[in-house]
Design a binder for this molecule. Sequence first.
Ligand SMILES: Cc1ncc(COP(=O)(O)O)c(C=O)c1O
Length: 388
Amino acid sequence: MRVPLLDLEPEYREVEAEVLEAVRDVVGSRRFILGPRVEELEERIAQYCGCSYAVAVSSGTDALLLSLMALGVGPGDFVVTTPFTFFATAGAIARTGARPLFVDIEAESYNMDPQALKRLVHDMDGERKTRIKAVVPVHLYGRCADMDAIAEVTESLDIGLVEDAAQAIGAEYRGSQGRTRRAGALGNLGCFSFYPTKNLGGAGEGGMVTTDDHELYERLRILRNHGDVSRYHHEYIGGNFRMDAFQGAVLLVKMKYLERWIRKRRAHAALYERLIADRGVARVRTPDHGPGRHVYHQFVVDAGEARDALRAYLSEGGVGTEIYYPIPLHLQPCFSYLGYGPKDFPVAERAAKSTLAVPMYPGLVHDQISYVVDLMAKFFEERHHEKK
Ligand SMILES: Cc1ncc(COP(=O)(O)O)c(C=O)c1O
């Protein structure tokens, strides 16, 4: 049996006719950038996330960059994030001219550790502390970071809180007060990616920024279009961060299916968990759900030091896997100027060596999941016998 890490085929089979019609409408309208479909998508996403406003942009990376620009982040500033994320999170910070500061992650959630954030801030002298302009937690794999604890810090410093929700559309966070809110409504600005492989994926590049703050909303819209306040009057230096109309049209169609697809992902995650427990694959740790709703953009297991051998074994058996992410960002060559080194963030460094994403997409079927878990069980059995 072959089980790819991701297969967009079943998803597109469901929506193809509607998508093609929506694309044809855009061609017929001759309106290719922004426009009514994109505006409708902005309204739908704002409503879905429980926010007042949403601004459609050209990618998740641009959503992050634009958000930081709207907060006025620039050279000399510090922005705190996690080293265990996709490159774009820290890349966007560095591109504003600010300096990324990393804090370690929690071992269970792989998300920013609020205690580590508190320690970083506590240990900084007054002058340096005033240079922190924002914190960017990441809702990695589709599980929300501990936003209440992180917001305590950003509120006490009166600085921006930008969610990197690129992997987490529809994820929910149940805070300490028992209130449940969706990703994108948990900070000052929420950043989403519609990269084709995401839970809500376009047919090209796309992203979105959500906010409840009217002033930030206005600034986002102006900066999205070269800082143009009225035609050819540029009060700020922005960029071209506009979404194209095809993505608006395709995403509006796919939006209708999003909740169903999330339910399927969650059912697949529950099945993986049950089968892994039933077959006694005790050496594999399944993801911690956390409070709220995990949307399983990825289903990432922890296989300890057996990770690479397990990955090779699954690959031989026709199962696709991936490592998100093999090199923590503080150890990337392009960030050597920040002066971090090995052992600075041990939890992230360990996760980079022990975690493995296994197949996860709505169109997976029971037999495929069962096959993946059977292979895992066989791998550990054989290893056990070899060691005897
Ligand atoms: C955590 C995270 N942040 C940012 C991005 C950037 O999004 P995009 O690829 O749409 O630029 C991605 C996705 O690739 C991501 O996974």
